[in-house]
Design a protein around this ligand. Structure first.
Ligand SMILES: C[S@@+](CC[C@H](N)C(=O)[O-])C[C@H]1O[C@@H](n2cnc3c(N)ncnc32)[C@H](O)[C@@H]1O
Length: 315
């Protein structure tokens, strides 16, 4: 098998901190299982991950969240490879907006990669983020060529999302269509109001509402991937109520699973200090999912140890 060096992006260091190397290796192991990882080393000023893999794996390797580029390692030296990951839309659609509570963009990409690796639906094409904030996951899904639906209880989120979309579509002369409506009877609280962004052959929809009401808000349409970043404690709950992320998940888990196609995957990023991993897993107990362990936990700060729970719904 050819010998490659995957250049670790400085963005991965900013996302995964001291565990950047371990996280990069765990992501490759989960998403490109045919690769043989040899370990991390330095090349010039670059941090690289050395591995062997069949040539057909190159497109998947180029999409790893930690990858900045790839080298072909040969007898005569290291040749840079054309490793364009081939994403739709300008990166500004994901990275452009900065706001309090935004999920790290690199982490969000890894969550989608892990979901795609575990999902056994043929050609997964529909992603749902049931706590979507201002849409980082939705925009990543469009870049991956998937349609996306987000539910967010902060009724201000769609207007903020729209503001960003207007800016980036104008700057990058991106053809698109914005439209809005209601998935249920109009009401003063805005529950059930949606904003659609049609672009690059896909649609991303943001619906105002509570994650615990998914089947009511989204009907019977199933999703192949559910990817979300839970609030990191009470201060990030984004609303008046002070339920912990665990209480929210206990109320919402059944509805999430009901929205998932057989073969689909759920990927959740969370602060492992609240809730503990076992508690979060227990919220899904009895719902017919299988846990897929992926060792990508990393310390973000003294109070936040970010971990990822990956679940598969057998077909
Ligand atoms: C960590 S943030 C997600 C940020 C998002 N990934 C982004 O980058 O914009 C968690 C989000 O969950 C939302 N949230 C919390 N509880 C919710 C619930 N019960 N239903 C819907 N959204 C909820 C919060 O308002 C917050 O926007």
């Amino acid at each position: 098998m050819p010998d490659y060096a995957l250049v670790l992006s400085p963005l991965a260091r900013a996302a995964y901190f001291a565990q950047a190397n371990e996280v990069a290796q765990a992501e490759v192991a989960a998403c490109v299982p045919e690769a043989e990882i040899r370990g991390a080393e330095r090349f010039g000023g670059l941090e690289v991950l050395r591995l062997t893999a069949p040539e057909e794996s190159l497109p998947k390797l180029a999409r790893m969240s930690s990858a900045q580029g790839l080298f072909d390692v040969t007898q005569t030296g290291w040749q840079p490879l054309d490793s364009d990951p081939g994403f739709a839309l300008h990166p500004d659609f994901v990275w452009g907006e900065k706001y309090r509570g935004k999920t790290n963009e690199t982490l969000t990409q890894m969550l989608i990669n892990l979901g795609l690796a575990v999902c056994t639906v043929e050609a997964p094409a529909r992603l749902l983020d049931p706590m979507c904030g201002r849409g980082t996951t939705l925009m990543w899904a469009l870049r991956y060529g998937m349609s996306a639906t987000g539910v967010e209880r902060d009724a201000q989120a769609p207007a903020e999302w729209r503001r960003g979309l207007k800016k980036w579509t104008k700057l990058h002369r991106q053809k698109h269509k914005l439209s809005e409506g209601w998935v249920q009877k109009a009401n003063r609280q805005g529950v059930g109001r949606f904003l659609d962004f049609a672009c690059a052959g896909q649609v991303a929809r943001m619906v105002t509402g509570d994650s615990a009401d998914l089947p009511k808000l989204l009907g019977r349409k199933p999703f192949d991937l559910i990817v979300s970043d839970l609030p990191y404690g009470v201060q990030h709950m984004g609303g008046a109520d002070s339920r912990s992320p665990l209480a929210t998940m206990e109320a919402a888990a059944r509805g999430w699973v009901a929205c998932l196609s057989p073969g689909g995957a759920i990927v959740i990023a969370f602060n492992a200090n609240i809730p503990k991993r076992a508690e979060l897993l227990a919220a899904f107990e009895g719902l017919g999912l299988e846990e897929v362990p992926v060792p990508v936990a990393h310390r973000m700060s003294e109070s936040i140890l970010r971990d990822v729970l990956v679940l598969h719904k057998p077909a």
